[in-house]
Design a protein around this ligand. Sequence first.
Ligand code: PLP
Length: 357
Amino acid sequence: MTDIKALTRENIRSLVPYSSARDEYSGEGAVLLDANENPYNGPINRYPDPHQVELKKRISAIKKVPVSNLFLGNGSDEAIDLLIRAFCEPSRDNILAIKPTYGMYKVCADINGVEYRDVLLDDQFRVNADRLISLSDGHSKLLFLCSPNNPTSNSFEPEAIKELIGRFEGLVILDEAYIDFSTRPSFTLELERHPNLVILQTLSKAWGMAGIRLGMAFAVKEIIDILNRIKYPYNISLLTQQTALKSLSYVAAKEKWVKNILEQRKLLQQKLSRFAIVKDILPSDANFLMVRFDDPKSVFDFLIGRKIIVRDRSRVALCNGYLRITVGSAEDNMLLINALNDFSSVQSSRIPKMQHP
Ligand SMILES: *Cc1c(COP(=O)(O)O)cnc(C)c1O
């Protein structure tokens, strides 16, 4: 049984959290003279609900996770940072992770002065539990796993994830940013069985709300309470809470988007695979494709010339030669394919000239 208290940093354990004006009163229709707000320009003159009660109720109903097991942050990035600050003592504790993976884990560890130990995935992008566990010691507090993984686009076997949750003595942070595109079920259904599991999800991808910045963390109440104690009091703006609440009622729209994106992913994969310049496409469980070229830099630059921006991952470990391409709308994807057609014909008209001067 995980002892959350023992994992928590001493200063966080003994922290007296900031108490905001709105903590003392949460009813409606009152004369609010408690927070030094401007009485004009309603409703944005008022501080937002620091506990995001309405929004959490909605998310709780959608995700089938009790409100007490839910934390909301300014993007998943806030939850990543708070987890490190709550549990990792700078210059003493360490974090385990896989490689390659989402860049923010290491950036947050570095900012907080916490050692980051990563283990290369194998040649089929599988995670090696023995190697990860052998790198851990009494100061290993967090283990970051991302599934489906960015940038490799694969999901890990549920059994492999469970093995790590079972063997690691700190908290396993499972980042499910791409779970809506995955064929695998979310681990939120398994939360009760795993007190050392924290699941991260976001409204930035499938829900189409990257602009409002809303990330979610799911975990046992003890962990959620710690995150709530150390977050900025009003970390989720009124506009974000209102917009999220409204957009989350359009579940059918989100499901249609996901369906479209998955159809487009398949189509794009088929079209890309016909190009001679495309050497490989990784099987994807997410909303992007990893595509290998002999000369990724030239393709990348050519696309930029066409104002088509993809992500160059060609120098990332195990991703040699790959560009990461987000699945766009049908129109976006067509423009990409047209541009690659043009790139290919420029290439093939050039090569014979060079061979026969
Ligand atoms: C895009 C992405 C996120 C989303 O972060 P937000 O701060 O919620 O926008 C989280 N994790 C991974 C792996 C991602 O690729």
